[in-house]
Design a protein around this ligand. Structure first.
Ligand SMILES: [Zn+2]
Length: 469
């Protein structure tokens, strides 16, 4: 068996891992790279394999850096099934539609303004019409009450999903592979969640014996603070915004972080710890994803149900909360008086409506910008985090006077200790590949694993590198 890492190697985006055996070839995730336009474009447009040769894809979850390139794969001849959980299919449909829409409008904008390179840099890799035929390829399973169910997905491969606790529908995959008579068990974590995150179950430990693991390492070597501290800090921030009649701007991923943040505000308002100020979720995608959440209320964890026991009280809806729909409604927020909370995408502040909100808020020292998730290199979010005094938005410089706050506790990723535990609690592991992390994070995780078990071989693959198993 051979594994080739075609992305998420030394970085956190572009998950697409190719597994080849004597009788099959398949992909674990097929995501988009995110970052600087020029190099990213090239990476996203290139597969270093022939999509027609791929028998199937196993999709861990619906974040674009894991599923974003699926329509392109289908356009280039992939005709096999895509295995995922039920919610992942529903959410992926929304995410991919949104991604196609952004690509189409980006291209139109660059062409209209005659920005050089429109053809080479912004021509959509797929459009809205490509989404239905991609979604038709999905074959879905559940992991709820399915601990002992293996699904035969190929004459030589069985698949089992475990709850990864990262976002709605996220799964850890365990593959039972027969490579010409040789049995190999391969586990792939996708993105692994944090314990005790509202709305989600804790990541489920793998109960099967496994030989090889591919594990994410976003927060390797980092220890997250307790969620209670995040609640405390959020209370203080909202109080500050209330007293100063200012704005709290929260860039957040439409999928996952937005729902968690809304849940926390709802909880704090219900318990009287913060005043009931207006909250806007200004992202049509977030609104649509939230609708998927309501469809899968059984997938919520028990603690979240206890927080909202009353009939008709839904965790993701409350009286002062509004999901904006139209562009006009969004523009109206530019001139709104505080106190107000505006949650908007994209999470790494690269595109979308959040840029308009920042443009109108960065100069006022009373406003607060709250960073809630991982910010990749070269993104505007990373620059705010690093304390840049001026930042460029739509070609103009803006002075950063607003307060920048960080709540890493809201991360949807396990921290270094949890990742190490997850690996060491899986029985039989001889070899671990650390992906989906910047070099220093993966190295830190590697050290932590080796400190506790010297017999496991821990490898940090480079982009394009292949390994025989
Ligand atoms: Zn993810």
């Amino acid at each position: 068996m051979k594994i080739t890492f075609n992305g998420a190697a030394g970085e956190v985006t572009g998950s697409r891992h190719l597994v080849q055996t004597s009788n099959t070839k398949f992909l674990l995730d097929c995501g988009f790279f995110q970052g600087k336009r020029r190099p990213t474009r090239k990476l996203n447009a290139s597969f270093y394999f022939d999509p027609q040769d791929i028998d199937f894809v196993v999709l861990s979850h619906a974040h674009l850096d894991h599923c974003g390139a699926l329509p392109l794969l289908v356009n280039r001849g992939f005709s096999g099934p895509i295995y995922a959980t039920h919610p992942t299919k529903d959410v992926a449909r929304q995410m991919l539609r949104d991604s196609a829409g952004i690509q189409e409008s980006d291209y139109k904008f660059m062409k209209k303004h005659r920005i050089p390179g429109a053809q080479t840099l912004a021509k959509p890799l797929y459009t809205l019409k490509d989404i239905p035929k991609t979604i038709r390829r999905f074959r879905t399973f559940s992991y709820i009450r399915q601990e002992n169910v293996w699904h035969k997905i190929h004459p030589n491969v069985n698949l089992k999903f475990y709850d990864a606790g990262h976002i709605l529908g996220s799964a850890v995959s365990v593959l039972d592979i027969n490579d010409n008579g040789r049995k190999i068990r391969l586990a792939y974590t996708g993105d692994l969640g944090r314990k005790h995150t509202p709305l989600l179950h804790n990541p489920a430990y793998i109960r099967d014996k496994v030989d090889v693991m591919i594990v994410e390492s976003t927060y390797g070597g980092i220890k997250h603070r307790n969620l209670d501290e995040a609640y405390k800090e959020l209370t203080e921030i909202v109080q500050y915004v209330y007293e100063n009649k200012s704005k709290l701007i929260v860039p957040a991923f439409a999928l996952g972080r937005t729902q968690l943040f809304v849940y926390m505000l709802h909880h704090l308002m219900d318990t009287g710890l913060i005043p009931k100020i207006p909250v806007y979720v200004d992202s049509p995608l977030a609104g649509r994803v939230t609708e998927v959440f309501t469809k899968y209320r059984d997938d919520y964890d028990i603690e979240s149900k206890l927080d909202f026991p009353r009939k008709g009280d839904y965790p993701l809806f409350f009286r002062t909360l509004r999901y904006t729909k139209s562009r006009d409604e969004s523009k109206m927020l530019n001139n709104i008086q505080g106190p107000v909370v505006i949650i908007s995408a994209s999470g790494m502040v690269e595109n979308g409506r959040i840029l308009h909100h920042l443009k109108h808020s960065l100069r006022n020292p009373k406003n607060v910008i709250l960073i809630t998730g991982y910010q990749a290199r070269d993104t505007l979010g990373r620059k705010l985090l690093e304390g840049w005094e001026r930042v460029k938005i739509f070609g103009r410089w803006y002075k950063v006077n607003a307060r920048i706050k960080v709540l890493n506790e809201l991360s949807a990723h396990a921290d270094g200790e949890d990742l190490t535990d997850y690996i060491l609690k899986t029985k039989g592991v001889k070899k671990v590949f650390l992906v989906h992390g910047e070099e220093d994070r993966s190295q830190a995780l590697r050290q932590n694993i080796l400190k506790r078990n010297k017999n496991i071989e821990v490898v940090i693959p480079q982009f394009g590198q292949s390994f025989d198993i």
